[in-house]
Write a protein that binds this ligand. Structure first.
Ligand SMILES: Cc1cc2nc3c(=O)[nH]c(=O)nc-3n(C[C@H](O)[C@H](O)[C@H](O)COP(=O)(O)O)c2cc1C
Length: 435
């Protein structure tokens, strides 16, 4: 079978390029309502994208720094449930934190979303570096501990999904028996972090297990992703690094005894699409013109958790500032490479972060953007892309009506949905009962 790209979209209704909501036509007044979102979802579905993806953070720290992009304005599970009712085919992937939630509720919410959407649910597993002050924690647990908890958390969730056999619901009217209770089992899980009796309070999800996605590219992040995830989101702005990340992820997947083809590696891309290069450059310049540089300084300082207030905007962030960060996340490492190795000035770093947040960014025609995506896909540096719409709704409409057809014409992406469930779109098998 021909290998096809996976295309999902990271839904940021106020636009991925920071402050792009200032553009005329952004419909920013409608956030956080449902209508703008429904239009975005239907645009994505008409283009046959695999899935809508919602990130999430459970704090308002970026918002307080004037950053409307990465926010919690749309709570993923309620939002995706609403969108399940307004779409028919597209996958619905939502972020839920293994550090700030508990596995029984998470298993239940995702199973419910999978039932309500007839098999379209996915879970972006994150361990959260922030937000602990809202949950009574005195301090942020270190990454190693967060990832240990995440491994156990996912294990419990999968056992709960498997606590009902697929044939437990019998609907036998003559015997007045809806359910065969012999087909349910307690899980009696007792681990380092969780004690859970089970069974879950609802039938096994239509997909068996909703699709598991992991986003995080540090050592423990990759260990989690390559051992449990069906898809891995990653920020890879550089082609050579992406090629090596792809190769090492696939070999870690194989070393975990799993099929490397059954785990999709999906870096983000921010494409500014226009019919000429000149027009694309003009749109990009307009988007950059909305940026407040001092706000950007605060936001980068927040990402890095170091003070940058004394720095000259025309000089790079000095290497010592990065040395102050005890355990750099993969995103902080990208900022370090741009400042120290590529010598980007602080001002340029602010602009770069505003438009890309560490992802690959490109402004061009459908053909030039597709050339780049095709090269990444065929090398391979990835199995597809998470499309980050630079501005909404027009920027996303252009991606779907100009760029996606170019990929379809090249035979790189589907022209029709072939199945009904998210696992079908991704070409993933339905897991049998594992426990
Ligand atoms: C595409 C993408 C989306 C992400 N979405 C979220 C999110 O919604 N919420 C969150 O807390 N972290 C999110 N993250 C952050 C990761 O979960 C992870 O914490 C981060 O990449 C740092 O871990 P690492 O050093 O292992 O990469 C996302 C990362 C990527 C690459």
């Amino acid at each position: 079978m021909t290998r096809m790209m996976v295309l999902t979209t990271f839904v940021m209704p106020l636009g991925y390029h920071r402050n792009s909501w200032c553009r005329q036509g952004s419909r920013a007044e409608e956030v956080p309502g449902l209508d703008l979102l429904t239009d975005i979802a239907r645009t994505a579905e008409n283009a046959k994208l695999d899935a809508l993806f919602f990130g999430d953070v459970v704090h308002a720290t970026p918002t307080l720094r004037g950053d409307t992009m990465m926010n919690g304005f749309y709570e993923p599970m309620t939002t995706l449930s609403a969108l399940a009712a307004r779409t028919r085919h597209i996958g619905l992937i939502g972020t839920l934190s293994t550090s700030l939630m508990d596995p029984y509720n998470v298993a239940r919410m995702l199973a419910s979303l999978d039932h309500l959407s007839a098999g379209r649910a996915g879970w972006n597993i994150v361990t959260s570096g922030d937000g602990y002050q809202n949950f009574g924690f005195a301090e942020v647990p270190d990454p190693a501990q967060r990832y240990r908890r995440a491994q156990e958390f996912v294990e419990v969730v999968k056992q709960l999904w498997d606590s009902w056999s697929d044939d437990a619901v019998v609907v036998d009217r003559s015997e007045r028996r809806w359910l065969d209770t012999a087909k349910l089992r307690k899980i009696d899980f007792a681990g380092d972090y969780f004690t859970v009796e089970g069974p879950l309070n609802m039938p096994r999800p239509p997909q068996g297990h909703p699709v598991l996605v992991q986003a995080g590219s540090s050592g423990p992040g990759m260990a989690l992703g390559t051992s449990v995830a069906d898809a891995i989101y990653t920020a890879q702005p550089d082609f050579d690094q992406a090629v090596s990340f792809y190769a090492s992820s696939k070999s870690m997947i194989a070393a975990n005894g799993r099929d490397p083809d059954a785990v999709k590696i999906i870096p983000g891309i921010v494409p500014v699409v226009a019919s000429t290069q000149r027009e694309a450059d003009e749109i990009a310049a307009e988007l950059s013109s909305f940026l407040d540089v001092e706000q950007g300084r605060l936001q980068i300082a927040g990402d890095l958790k170091v003070d940058l207030s004394d720095l000259d905007l025309d000089e790079p962030v000095p290497a010592e500032r990065f040395d102050q960060i005890p355990q750099r996340s993969s995103r902080q490492e990208i900022y370090r490479r741009k400042s120290v190795d590529q010598e980007l000035s602080l001002r340029d770093l602010i602009h770069d972060r505003a438009r890309s947040t560490g992802h690959q960014w490109i402004a061009g025609t459908p053909a030039t953007i597709a050339d780049r995506m095709q090269k990444w896909f065929e090398t391979p540096a990835c199995d597809g892309f998470n499309l980050n719409s630079p501005y909404n709704p027009e920027g996303f409409e252009r991606i779907c009506s100009m760029l996606v057809p170019e990929l379809q014409n090249r035979g790189l992406f589907r022209t029709e949905y072939e199945g009904t469930q998210l696992r079908d779109h991704l070409g993933l098998a339905r897991p049998g009962l594992q426990f």
